[in-house]
Structures are given as C-alpha cells and as structure tokens.
Design a protein around this ligand. Structure first.
Ligand code: UD1
Length: 416
C-alpha cells in the first residue's frame, strides 16, 4: 500500500490548477444511463472513485472510455440491472445508479453500501422517494431490489437534504410519467451541475440550487455532453495549505460562488483571499486566528472541509470549536492530529481546539478521504517528516495531490 511522506516547514508559493469535481463527475457519469447514445464528459478527474464508476457502468453494459480528461459513456447497450457488492463496497456513491437504472430498465438491484468510517450513512430517503414514485423496494441478501414498470411523478419531502438522494431522485424523475417535486432538496453546486446535464439531455428540471426542485418527466432523453465543474473541496484544501504555510498561492479555477462559507471563515481566521480572473489568490498570515465553525448543508460550511480546516485551527492563536452536524463519526482524524502534537478534545459532536505553536512529525494513519487530506496538510507544517499510511483514501478524491503540492514548493513524496 502506498504511503506519503511530507517534510514540513516549506512556505507554499505559485499556482495550482483545480481538477474537475469528484462529486459532480459521479452523478453526471451515472446520468448517461438515462440515454442511449454517446455522452461526452470533459474535465473528468482521474480518481479512484471515477474509475470505480466507469467500471460499474461498464459492468452494466455501457461502453466507457477515457482520453485524457474526456470520458465517453455510451449506455445504448445497458441491460444489466445489478450493481454488485464488489464494486459498491469500494465506493458508496455507486448507489447513484439506483435511480437511473430503475428509470431506464424498470428494475435495479444494487448492493447496500453499509456503514463507513464516517458513520452509518443510510439510503432510506433514496428508497422512500422511489417508493413514492411507485417503485416496489425489497431488501434481500444485502441487496436492494427496486422494480417499477414506469415511475410516476410524485411530491417528495426529504427529511434531510441528502445530496446523492436528491441526485438519484432527480435522475429517476427525469424519465417518470408526470411531474415530481422534491422539497427540502440539497442545494449543492453539484446538484445544479447535474440538473444542467439532465436539461442538456432534454429533461425539464427547474429550481436546482433551491430547496424545491421540479422535474417534468419525459418519455426519452438523448445523449448530451457535459463539462465537470471545478472541485470546490480540492480548491479549499489548497487554500488551507496556503493559509497554514504563510504561503501565497493562486488557486486556478476556484469558484467563489461555490465556496462562500469556507472563504468567509478563512478570512475571519486572517487569511487574505482575493478573487482574480483566474480563480482565487490566497495568502496565509504569520499567525492564524481561532474561529468557530459548524458544518451544514450547502450553502453552509461543507463537512468535506471540516478536517482540513481543523489543521488551520490547530495552529491558530486561541481556542476554537468545530461542530460536525452532518456525520456522526467524522472526527477520526482528531486522534491522529493529537499524535502530531495538536491539543484537541471532543465534546459530543464538537471538537474544542487550543492552538499550539507547532506540530511535530509522527507516523499517522489515514482513515477516510478528507481525513487523509487533513493529515497531508498537517505534514506540511509539522517539524520533521510525517509518514502517512493508507493513502489509498486520498487517491479516491484528490488528483495527483503530491505533484500539485510539490509544484508549490512542498517537500512531499509517495512511497510505493
Ligand atoms: C455527499 C457527498 C459527500 C459529502 C456529503 C455531505 C457525493 C458523492 N458525496 O454524500 O462527499 O460529505 O454529501 O455533504 O456527493 N442520510 C440519511 N438517509 C438517507 C441519506 C442520507 O439519513 O437516505 C443522512 C446521512 O447519514 C448524513 C446526511 O443525511 O447524516 C447527509 O448525507 P448525504 O447528503 O446523503 O451524503 P451523501 O450524499 O452520501
């Protein structure tokens, strides 16, 4: 298994180009299942999760190919309704084929994703929504079976604005008979990106980016092209890297409209963030200030940036509280940060952080995707060489992170 070694103490300078967003690419790739022609997607990041999705689409009978950042999916031959355990266990987001498969084939059989490092993460709201649209849902031997001759539009209230749940139901509704209204829908930029793609396929989706999304079902959708939006979490991670190293980095492609809460909290912490035509220029202060953060669905502070922001607070002057409201077990990185000398205590779903003057290198273990990014950030400032084990998590969501950080002057290498 690969490891990453980071030697701390280098100030990051220069520019870094942000890749396409993983969380936009996955549902958009899955949406090709709704059509029967070649869909050409550009700016698709080369990540483990994207490869798993491409493998899954291939398994379902689609023709899938990649040429640099362009992925083509031709789902005209799709005939297999089963997403097997071997693929779903690698990536929870495989569940994104549930809606489009049901709409396209009238049935889907998808392995239940099960729990994961950051919590139980059920999919009950995805299933409730499909049932409201007339589907029969049956759980059997670890698989969820969904059957519907033709889905029927429905009024669906989501108890929680689930991101992949909203996406699954949007895709299912696009081929349903009649109109579906999703209330308390997720508002993330990736939802709007999916709606734009569905509309390019001939769907009628309105209201994406607001809590009420209306989808008028169509008999058929046609193939369309899409360009994946920049990854706001990758961008924010590089902003945090600049912030903690007293750096000066142009984060090329970062979109401020997608990152409002994170930018505001960084500015509050003393980071200088300037919007420039190419993206965001980020300058870290000599000393960061402590600020409190609470994660929330978009437009709130993204849970996917919580661990990385915590590294900033570990080094800030004063005491801060980071409260996690989305996932029940998303503080696994805390014990690893403590090994590097951070002063953090957990009280229920909050981490209370007392800033320290410096962190010191130690071997650490990555437990999930964003926790890995947090440990790489900590390694950039820790005195000595930090060895991060189990970095396969990072390859799920960050494209060439060690190359991008090296390009900014970090001392980082992958050990194979
Ligand atoms: C997506 C993102 C992930 C991000 C998360 C929250 C993708 C591929 N992944 O994950 O990176 O961290 O949003 O921003 O886009 N819930 C239920 N029942 C359900 C569905 C969700 O109780 O049926 C709960 C979850 O357990 C969690 C909360 O709702 O507590 C939000 O989860 P959700 O928005 O569904 O996250 P994902 O879509 O899995």
């Amino acid at each position: 298994m690969d490891k990453i070694e980071v030697t701390g103490g280098h100030c990051l300078k220069g520019e870094v180009a942000i890749s396409g967003a993983k969380n936009a690419a996955l549902p958009i790739l899955a949406s090709a299942l709704l059509t029967d022609g070649p869909c050409v997607m550009d700016n698709v990041p080369d990540l483990m999760d994207v490869r798993t999705t491409m493998d899954l689409l291939g398994h379902l009978g689609a023709k899938v190919s990649r040429d640099k950042t362009t992925v083509t999916v031709d789902a005209s031959g799709v005939n297999e309704p089963e997403a097997p355990y071997e693929l779903v266990r690698k990536m929870r987001a495989s569940v994104l084929v549930l809606g489009p498969l049901t709409a396209r084939l009238g049935r889907a059989r998808v392995s239940l994703p099960g729990g994961c490092a950051i919590g139980a993460r059920p999919i009950d709201l995805h299933l409730k929504g499909l049932e409201a649209m007339g589907a029969k849902v049956l759980l059997d031997k670890g698989y969820v079976n969904v059957i519907a001759q033709r889905l029927v539009g429905a009024e669906i209230y989501l108890d929680i604005p689930t991101v992949t749940g909203t996406e699954n139901l949007m895709m299912a509704a696009a081929l349903a008979k009649g109109t579906t209204v999703l209330r308390n829908a997720a508002r993330e930029p990736e939802i709007t990106a999916l709606a734009d793609t569905l509309n390019a396929m001939g769907a009628q989706v309105s209201g994406a980016g607001t809590p009420v999304i209306e989808i008028i079902g169509r008999e058929k959708l046609h193939a369309a092209n899409a360009t994946i939006i920049p990854d706001r979490i990758e961008a924010a991670t590089f902003m945090a890297a600049a912030a903690i190293t007293n750096g000066d980095v142009l984060v090329r492609g970062a979109k401020s409209a997608h990152m409002g809460a994170v930018i505001e909290k960084m500015v509050e912490a003393g980071v200088v963030v300037d919007e420039v035509p190419e993206g965001l220029r980020v300058r870290g202060p000599a000393t960061l200030q402590s600020v409190d953060v609470k994660t929330a669905p978009f437009p709130g502070f993204a849970t996917d940036m919580q661990a990385q922001f915590m590294v900033m607070m570990c080094l800030a002057s004063g005491r801060s509280t980071i409260t996690e409201t989305i996932f029940e077990n998303r503080f696994i990185h805390v014990s690893e940060l403590t090994r590097l000398g951070a002063d953090i205590s957990i009280v229920r779903n909050s981490a209370v952080i007392k800033g320290v003057a410096s962190l010191k290198a130690a071997p650490v273990m990555a437990s999930d995707l964003r926790a890995s990014a947090c440990l790489v950030l900590a390694g950039l400032v820790a005195q000595g060489s930090t060895l991060i084990n189990r970095v396969y998590h990072i390859d799920r969501g960050y494209e060439s992170i060690e190359k991008k950080l090296s390009g900014l002057g970090a001392q980082i290498r992958r050990i194979r």
